[in-house]
Ligand binder design. Structure first.
Ligand SMILES: Cc1cc2nc3c(=O)[nH]c(=O)nc-3n(C[C@H](O)[C@H](O)[C@H](O)COP(=O)(O)OP(=O)(O)OC[C@H]3O[C@@H](n4cnc5c(N)ncnc54)[C@H](O)[C@@H]3O)c2cc1C
Length: 503
């Protein structure tokens, strides 16, 4: 990689337009700036962060999207590009436990701390699974060494890239599902659920998601799980300030309609109600299925791609309910996963049958457990997330949303938060319809296309477009995939595929 091909702050500096200020877009803007590009970052939302929006209401602060930070070094790198230190700007706190998993029969498992802490928890459930867990962790490390260290920032836009990796992927049994792999090592049905929930964090069904994602076990073990004091918005503001210091031009509240083609080259974008913005390269952090079906220049839309996109498997939708309480629930951990009575059946309803079931499993976020600034004194701020079918289901959320919210509150009150309904100060929610409207996410999916084997690596949306020079993709729908580590790595892939000789 030559850093001198593009000249910073000269008339010769190439102009990069990045569409979408999600974490993938922000990281790309910074990496391009460090390479010397003049960068404009555009997003249709009024705040940066993409799905990581922030809502503030009556003294309560709610992170709208991601809450779990697993690989802080990927954020550190963005500041290091400019010889700055992330920790001069943000306070990342390690959490313990990482998650508390609560079953509907009230059994609890505190996941996190040291390996020894986890082994003690395993022994309470199934002493015979101690050794199996250690072997699972070892397998996770081996998958991590290949899937993250060797392939996480490597481009996969040529079929030969894929062919070269096939032996490794087969050796690691990437064709298996996460649940399948976990079950080979761990026998207890509770533990199997606990150790296979990770795909849900990146939009996949543990029974279908490629076992490459088992690497998250090792990722969590190696760096822990962190929370940014002040909430995720604080981290985004720190990245925003870094961009401003580096002269990146931010255009928020601005929607891009189309990519412009000049001589088979992406030469800018058409902005809604504002005409054309010329550039030397265009980096799309918008959802690739949306871009390919709605935003390509004339002559570059293709019925074959349209058909493929139509038949792809999309991640689940999310019903996210935000609420403040007039009391604190100090017995509730920062991250709680409540698993209802059905596991496989419920996931089948969400992913395959696309049926809104009567039962659910929930993830409950209580940032005020760690950070008192997230709620007024004596109060708690929460969000609860329920995986639901995406909009391919035809569910009319305008009709069923309130009822669904009430059922979640009833479940929380009976299983986790006694007296909840009496203490709710306010509540509001997002459904897949909001994901479609706000983020232009096809089918309102929470995480773009699903992380199954046939939609991973070369089979995922490529980071570099073959037909239109200078058009690149980063973010959840591209290689390596969704989740903060994935999208931050996609910006590293961009750095590795970019062709600096443009026009
Ligand atoms: C509720 C929720 C909880 C999650 N929890 C976690 C977690 O705890 N840990 C974790 O690692 N991951 C988590 N994830 C996943 C993670 O947040 C996402 O995978 C990641 O943030 C996606 O980043 P991205 O770069 O793909 O961009 P996105 O966040 O998808 O942002 C893309 C941006 O582009 C904008 N855009 C799209 N089209 C246009 C256009 N035409 N013009 C202008 N702007 C456009 C969109 O409005 C959006 O702002 C969670 C996701 C959700 C939804």
């Amino acid at each position: 990689m030559t850093l001198t091909m593009c000249h910073r702050d000269t008339d010769n500096a190439l102009h990069a337009v990045v569409v979408g200020a999600g974490f993938g877009g922000m990281a790309s803007a910074l990496r391009l700036r460090a390479l010397g590009y003049r960068v404009t970052l555009i997003d249709r939302m009024k705040r940066m962060g993409g799905r990581a929006q922030v809502f503030k209401k009556n003294g309560f602060t709610y992170d709208a999207g991601p809450t779990v930070i697993t690989a802080p070094f990927l954020f550190e790198e963005l500041f290091s590009l400019f010889n700055e230190d992330l920790y001069d700007y943000v306070d990342l706190r390690p959490l313990d436990p990482w998650y508390r998993i609560v079953f509907s029969d009230r059994r609890e498992f505190n996941y996190g701390g040291t390996v020894e802490d986890t082994l003690k928890e395993i022994e309470r459930f199934s002493p015979g699974d101690r050794e199996g867990y250690l072997r699972l962790l070892d397998m996770s490390r081996r998958i991590f060494d290949v899937g993250f260290d060797q392939l996480g920032d490597r481009p996969f836009h040529r079929f030969t890239d894929m062919i070269a990796q096939v032996p490794k992927l087969i050796r690691l049994q990437s064709y298996q599902s996460v649940y399948g792999m976990v079950s080979r090592y761990v026998k207890d049905p509770y533990l199997r659920q606990i150790f296979s929930i990770h795909p849900l964090l990146v939009g996949g069904n543990p029974f279908d998601t490629t076992s490459i994602y088992t690497l998250i076990h090792y990722l969590e073990r190696r760096w822990g799980i962190h929370y940014c004091m002040g909430g995720m918005g604080f981290l985004i503001d720190a990245l925003g300030d870094l961009m401003r210091r580096q002269g990146i031009h931010l255009r928020l509240g601005t929607t891009v309609e189309r990519i412009v083609n000049k001589n088979q080259h992406a030469s800018g974008v058409i902005i809604e109600n504002d005409g054309q913005l010329r550039s030397d390269i265009v980096v799309m952090n918008a959802d690739p299925p949306y871009v390919y079906t709605r935003m390509m220049p004339e002559g570059h839309d293709s019925p074959v791609i349209d058909r493929r996109i139509k038949h792809m498997t999309y991640s689940m939708g999310l019903f996210v309910l935000y609420f403040g309480t007039s009391r604190r629930y100090d017995e509730i951990a920062h991250h709680t996963i409540w698993l209802g009575p059905r596991f496989k059946g419920l996931l089948k309803d969400v992913f395959a049958h696309k049926h809104l079931a009567d039962d659910f499993s929930l993830y409950l976020h209580r940032p005020s457990a760690t950070d008192a600034t997230m709620a007024p004194k004596g109060c708690d701020s929460f969000y609860v997330l329920s995986p639901v079918p995406n909009l391919k289901s035809g569910i009319d959320w305008r009709r069923v949303g309130d009822r669904y919210r009430d059922r979640i509150f009833e479940t929380l009150e009976s299983h986790l938060l006694p007296g909840l309904k009496r203490h709710i100060v306010h509540s509001f929610y997002m459904t897949p319809l909001d994901f479609e409207r706000d983020y232009l996410s096809l089918w309102g999916s929470g995480f773009s296309i699903a992380p199954i084997f046939t939609q991973s690596a070369w089979f995922r949306f490529h980071n570099k477009n073959k037909r239109l020079k200078g058009l690149y993709f980063v973010g959840a729908g591209t290689h390596p995939g969704a989740g903060l580590p994935g999208v931050l790595c996609s910006a590293k892939v961009l750095q590795n595929v970019i062709d600096h000789q443009h026009m």
